[in-house]
Design a protein around this ligand. Structure first.
Ligand code: SAM
Length: 223
């Protein structure tokens, strides 16, 4: 599928519109239990370990989905500051309810654009499974990094994971399901590859690390 760098509002809308309350109730089972292990070949335990390795007690989760990761991760403090950011208010409400014990602040923002933000900055920001949902090529969707980097304290870490098409191993099922999701506009990762991801991160962050597991790139970088 050919993707152009011109991103339309309809494409941005499609990347988040699927996350209705009904889908969010099934998200953990469909994506985190089944797809991650059997199709993308990167079990959720691996993603959670990556999250635990980088999360701090002053944390922002972006592209929250069902809120599984801030719910299950181990914050290195009893009362962490946890905030949630997403374009989709339903996902924000769903995730905020799930982690109500942390009294999270919520921010409805499109992170492909500069983010209006005047609160205290964060020591860690997670963007798990966000990049493959937003439209554009890896070059243009790196706007997400430009939008979020100003929200990090010096030395703070941005980390996450994304499904790639180039530079990773994809089985037949993975190729078929990715094509299907791209046709539906749920994913937009037709041109996402490892070298562009690495370049986008290294252009903006220090100490960049990337690990490939199945069709997933797990990554991190420091401000
Ligand atoms: C696949 S879910 C990821 C859920 C969760 N982080 C996980 O790893 O299970 C993608 C999330 O990104 C959000 N999203 C998509 N486009 C966005 C945008 N332009 N700005 C902010 N959030 C967006 C969606 O609403 C959805 O909650």
């Amino acid at each position: 599928m050919i993707q152009h760098d011109t991103v339309t509002p309809e494409q941005v809308e499609a990347g988040q519109a699927v996350y209705t309350e009904r889908l969010l109730k099934w998200y953990d089972f469909i994506v985190l239990q089944v797809s991650n292990r059997w199709i993308w070949k990167c079990p959720t335990t691996k993603l959670l370990a990556w999250y635990n390795q980088h999360v701090t007690a002053n944390h922002l989760d972006v592209g929250v989905g069902s809120g599984y990761f801030p719910d299950h991760c181990m914050f290195p403090a009893d009362s962490p500051r946890v905030a949630l950011m997403d374009l989709n208010q339903t996902a924000l409400d769903y995730a905020a309810k799930r982690i109500a014990r942390y009294a999270p602040a919520t921010y409805q923002r499109n992170v492909l654009e500069p983010v209006a933000f005047s609160d205290e900055k964060f020591d860690s920001i997670a963007v798990n499974y966000l990049l493959h949902c937003v439209p554009g090529t890896m070059v243009s969707k790196a706007a997400v990094f430009d939008s979020l980097k100003p929200l990090l304290n010096p030395g703070g870490v941005l980390f996450g994971a994304t499904l790639l098409q180039g530079g990773v191993k994809r089985g037949l099922l993975a190729r078929c399901l990715m094509s299907h999701y791209n046709r539906k506009g749920i994913f937009c990762n037709g041109q996402d590859n490892l070298s562009d991801l690495e370049a986008a991160l290294k252009d903006r962050f220090q100490d960049v690390t990337i690990e490939i597991v199945g069709a997933v790139a797990l990554f991190s970088g420091r401000a």
